[in-house]
Design a protein around this ligand. Structure first.
Ligand SMILES: [Zn+2]
Length: 251
């Protein structure tokens, strides 16, 4: 019985789950998550993480809300246009759950600062839109032995993969893509169906909660969602021994 305790009431459906229960929910509430990007994917992921009671959310995005974002970045409304996404997102998420700590980071994170932020958290969610950042984030997660959940969406297609926190025998993001892929397309030129980033962000929130609660989940699998056919598939990501990010010859 949840009784009069609002936190117990909020999380009653988690407490009823055998795989989560009191211990798992406590770990979720003690969890820290860094989101790189609060666009379409990050908005969905952050909403569920906040609602689920993840105790400490760091939102990194130096971009401002554009009117073309409103069709899929569901934390923002017309009154947020031209404001910093990380700040707007933090405000809206505080509405969803006022009992958690939310820190907006409005500068680009790289180098030592990125490394320091990554080492402060349990899980990093890569919800950004460019390969340069994705590689940097992956390298920081490998160096700090942190779990990285990577998500992307374009047109009718979405993908998600979970990496780490150990990388000795499992792949990293660079095992999947190399620098040569950097010219790959983005949403601006190709379009994206509004809810597809939301599907991926929601799946990332699921994987985050599982990691925090200690529920086992396979690593190094690329899950692909094709909204056109409504079908999903998955591919095993092979660890590349010569990988620049995690290759054993470099460790
Ligand atoms: Zn690798």
């Amino acid at each position: 019985m949840a009784g009069d305790n609002p936190q117990l009431s909020r999380h009653a459906r988690h407490l009823s789950l055998a795989q989560v229960g009191n211990d798992g929910q406590r770990r979720i509430e003690q969890g820290s998550v860094l989101l790189i990007g609060v666009g379409g994917i990050g908005c969905a992921a952050a909403s569920y993480l906040a609602a689920s009671g993840v105790g400490n959310l760091l939102l990194c995005d130096f971009d401002t809300v554009d009117v073309t974002n409103l069709g899929r970045q569901v934390l923002y409304g017309p009154g947020d246009v031209d404001k910093l996404k990380a700040r707007c997102a933090a405000e809206h998420l505080a509405n969803i759950n006022p009992d958690i700590r939310i820190t907006p980071l409005t500068e680009r994170l790289d180098g030592d600062e990125l490394a320091a932020r990554v080492s402060q958290v349990d899980v990093v969610l890569d919800c950004c839109d460019n390969f340069a950042t994705r590689f940097q984030v992956s390298d920081a997660c490998v160096a700090a032995a942190r779990c990285l959940i990577s998500g992307a969406a374009i047109r009718f297609e979405g993908q998600i993969a979970v990496f780490g926190p150990g990388y000795q025998d499992s792949p990293c993001y660079r095992c999947l893509y190399s620098d040569a892929d950097e010219s790959l397309e983005n949403c601006a030129g190709n379009g994206v169906l509004g809810p597809v980033p939301g599907v991926i962000g929601t799946m990332m929130a699921v994987e985050t909660l599982k990691h925090l609660a200690g529920i086992a989940s396979p690593r190094g699998i690329l899950r692909l969602y094709d909204a056109a056919s409504g079908e999903s598939s998955s591919v095993t990501i092979k660890k590349r021994r010569d990988c620049q990010g995690c290759g054993t010859c470099l460790l």
